[in-house]
Write a protein that binds this ligand. Structure first.
Ligand code: SER
Length: 315
């Protein structure tokens, strides 16, 4: 039996569908908290209230459903976390700690907890960032992700709990509209182009960040979950790379599809400083060698697919 926390979120909402298609709807519990689940997800299979900061509630859900695998997708993203340090600490640090403990106590067999490019900081080598390098993030979100990586590796080594995680870059998708991250300008730019032929970007035109299309993010999460345990040298801290681009490069690519599209810039100092502390590209040899990571989408194929899907959703 599988539990997905944060099932109403950007990644969770697509992951639940994919897991239900693979393992049967009745075997995947959609964990919700504040945001209601999409109606189709609610109707298609089991769901439960899961506030990860509430240890009792988490314990009850895991016991009631006999959960053996958890995909932990609930998290307070980077920009929101900077504005709500207490909540970010509660959810991203205490919540993760609760999950480790409850999983151990209930013989959960596997825990998948994504990390992020935010686990790196201003002292990290910026280009082709090695898997194992200086981290020292300077955001509360990044600090919580380093906690998750280190604690996950600790539970794996000390208690043989099978915890795995990848450092996701900005994830671009059209099904739900993300808002609380730093990389989300890339999604918002598509909405702007389709709705009004324009977008005002909060990052500078030359801010290069690693990005990935949702189908590749889902594939990475599922592939690492089914990788042979014995072939893993890393566990909770894999770099995964798909592409890197800047706002101005993305705008040009969108203009190839919609020549009327215009971009303008109004820099948000908070999100700019977060973006400036993150890598622009990642060395993902470890993921490629240890579990065969390989993305399917490059920038051009992402932009074409994303534009087409979002346009049909919005019109
Ligand atoms: N997309 C995330 C963010 O911007 C990075 O993990 O917060």
């Amino acid at each position: 039996m599988i539990l997905v926390t944060g099932a109403a979120g950007q990644i969770g909402s697509e992951l639940v569908g994919e897991l239900r298609a693979r393992f049967g709807s009745e075997n995947v519990v959609a964990g919700k908290h504040r945001t209601p689940l999409p109606e189709a997800m609610e109707l298609a299979g089991p769901s439960a209230l899961v506030d990860v900061t509430n240890r009792q509630e988490l314990d009850t859900t895991i016991k009631n459903y006999g959960i053996k695998t958890v995909f932990h997708m609930s998290s307070i993203l980077s920009a929101l976390a900077e504005q709500n340090v207490e909540t970010a600490h509660e959810v991203n640090i205490n919540g993760v700690f609760n999950l480790f403990q409850i999983s151990l106590e209930n013989d959960v067999e596997q825990l998948i907890i994504p990390s992020s490019i935010a686990a790196f900081g201003p002292d990290t080598p910026k280009t082709n960032t090695p898997n194992d390098t200086i981290q020292k993030p300077n955001t509360v979100y990044g600090i919580s992700k380093v906690f998750t990586e280190l604690m996950g590796n600790y539970y794996q080594q000390k208690f043989d709990l099978d915890v795995r995680g990848i450092r996701l870059p900005g994830v671009i998708s059209w099904e739900t509209e993300p808002t609380a991250g730093t990389t989300d300008y890339a999604v918002a730019m598509f909405y702007g182009a389709i709705r009004s032929n324009q977008y005002e970007c909060y990052l500078k035109p030359d801010t290069r960040l690693p990005m990935m299309y949702m189908p590749d993010a889902i594939k990475a999460i599922l592939d690492i979950s089914k990788a042979d345990y014995l072939s893993l040298n890393h566990h909770c801290d894999f770099n995964v790379h798909a592409m890197s681009f800047t706002p101005s490069e993305l705008a040009n690519c969108i203009k190839d599809i919609n020549p009327s599209f215009q971009i303008s810039y109004k820099i948000d100092p908070l999100r700019q400083s977060i973006a400036d502390s993150w890598p622009d590209s990642l060395d993902d040899k470890a993921a490629r060698m240890e579990w065969g990571w390989k993305p399917a989408f490059d920038m051009r194929s992402l932009v074409n697919d994303m534009y087409k899907n979002l346009e049909s959703k919005l019109t």
